[in-house]
Design a protein around this ligand. Structure first.
Ligand SMILES: [Zn+2]
Length: 99
């Protein structure tokens, strides 16, 4: 394989490039940061927690943070939509009762 930083050929099993000294296997970090449906669902049901997790993770785990943040955003939109529908229904019902 080839080093992503300097482009020179290196041993497939090498963890550090012998030419430029940069890390070739950032696997441990990459494995931890992945899109997460679970945290998206968590963000959906608990948008505030989702927002906090997003802010905490956005630098270290951008993909996971994005999933959580997206879930939280959808959760907020859905909750606001339900809130508006409930108000609209209660206003409509209230108007009918008064008549
Ligand atoms: Zn290199």
């Amino acid at each position: 394989m080839y080093c992503k930083t300097c482009g020179k050929e290196v041993n497939d099993n090498a963890e550090i490039c012998p030419h430029c000294g940069c890390r070739l296997k950032g696997v441990s970090v990459r494995e931890e940061d992945a899109k997460s449906v679970g945290f998206g669902v968590l963000g959906f049901f608990f948008p505030l927690i989702g927002l906090i997790l997003y802010l905490v993770w956005k630098d270290q785990y951008p993909l996971r943070a994005k999933s959580t943040g997206k879930g939280a955003l959808i959760g907020v939109i859905v909750e606001v939509a339900i809130y508006i529908i409930v108000i609209a229904i209660s206003v409509a019902v209230g108007t009918q009762v008064r008549r």
